[in-house]
Write a protein that binds this ligand. Structure first.
Ligand SMILES: Nc1ncnc2c1ncn2[C@@H]1O[C@H](COP(=O)(O)OP(=O)(O)OP(=O)(O)O)[C@@H](O)[C@H]1O
Length: 348
């Protein structure tokens, strides 16, 4: 799969609403069967990008290729995509089966029926084929909307927050079922969400957007462990920044001691930098290490998230096993335990 030609390619795509930029020179590629996800704060341009790919929003500049061909010339119905938006738009006067068969008008009646029923069965809805949308629960209606978009077997499905109206349990199950189905059918997808857990559970590749720009497009592991920018570092997972100074030999000096940066450093010796510290990068010092004061403790079950302040005022977060209870005001010793050190320039 890594060498397959891209199914979807956006190249320096820019979009605006009434002169206000919404997507800024954005490039990304999705391979056949690849599951991608766009993550970012409200208003960062995720929906606008999805609508531009679907053909509902005309970009100002840039290119969009689908299956290697220019897609910007094509109207939505000729782009060969499936989409599910937050607003389900099921036809209230059609049965579930007819809703799902709606996009299959090119197939002969018998085949259309068979495909609609087969797709409903894949989503566990075979018993509901004769019902009308208002006779279904919200979760079942969402499954019908997915079945309708999957019935024509598109090679790419665009999904804009399709699970947001469902409760957490249902949401997780539907997401996992959809993921398994897309894998089984070899269908690629681009999912918009602002839920990190959903992005990581669903996608092979996650894109983080901020103010119309795509900051990083990478597997979840890379985003967490090798964030490209401080925004990605603090948006994906929890992270704090520790002031540091570059030493010779690819090391940095911090209040927690000297740390080695694997792969070397692009900063001159002596320059001020920041080191990313995740809550799981700190361990209790067992009588050694730097002393810190506990400011707050949030119980999380197996672990507790501690907010700690060092003597120089630096605030850090640390996840410690929760069997040892600590109160605010207590003093603990901490030592860094980083698999690799991520360094950023100092705050502007
Ligand atoms: N139809 C519109 N007319 C004018 N401005 C719009 C329109 N749609 C979106 N915008 C603006 O474009 C920017 C990007 O919006 P978009 O809906 O793409 O963001 P988003 O990341 O999907 O947000 P959310 O997570 O809240 O859905 C925002 O500043 C928004 O206010």
């Amino acid at each position: 799969m890594p060498d397959a030609a891209p199914l979807l390619e956006a190249d320096r795509l820019s979009c605006s609403h009434a002169g206000q930029p919404a997507v800024v020179s954005l490039s990304l590629a999705l391979r056949p069967g690849e599951l991608g996800c766009l993550l970012g704060p409200s208003g960062c341009g995720k929906t606008t990008l999805l609508r531009a790919i679907a053909g509902f929003h005309a970009p100002d500049s840039g290119q969009l290729r689908l299956r290697g061909a220019d897609a910007l010339r094509l109207p939505p119905e000729r782009r060969g995509l499936g989409f599910v938006f937050q607003d389900l738009a099921l036809f209230p006067h059609l049965t579930v089966e007819d809703n799902v068969g709606f996009g299959l008008h090119r197939l002969p009646r018998g085949e259309r029926r068979a495909r609609a029923l087969e797709t409903l069965a894949m989503l566990g809805l075979e018993a509901f084929a004769a019902r009308y949308p208002h006779e279904l629960s919200g979760g079942q209606q969402q499954r019908v909307a997915l079945a309708r978009s999957l019935a024509p077997r598109p090679d790419l499905l665009l999904l804009d927050e399709p699970f947001s109206s469902l409760d957490a349990d249902l949401r997780g199950r539907l997401r996992d079922d959809l993921r398994a189905l897309l894998r089984q059918l070899g269908i690629a997808a681009l999912l918009v969400t602002h839920d990190q857990e959903e992005a990581f559970a669903f996608a092979d590749t996650v894109g983080v957007m901020q103010a119309g720009r795509l900051l990083q497009w990478a597997p979840g592991f890379e985003l967490y462990h090798r964030p490209a920018t401080p925004f990605v570092a603090s948006f994906v997972g929890e992270g704090r920044f520790l002031p540091a100074r570059v030493l010779a030999g690819g090391r940095v000096a911090t209040a927690l001691g000297d740390l080695e940066v694997s792969g070397g450093l692009d900063y001159p010796v002596g320059s001020a930098v920041r080191v990313l510290l995740r809550p799981d990068d700190l361990r209790p010092g067992e009588g050694e290490g730097m002393e810190a004061e506990v400011r707050a403790v949030a119980f999380r079950g197996a672990e507790s998230l501690h907010t700690l302040v060092l003597a120089d005022g630096t605030t850090l977060s640390a996840l410690f096993p929760s069997h040892q209870q600590r109160e605010p005001g207590a003093r603990v010793r901490i030592r860094p335990d980083l698999a690799h050190v991520v360094v950023f320039p100092p705050e502007a």
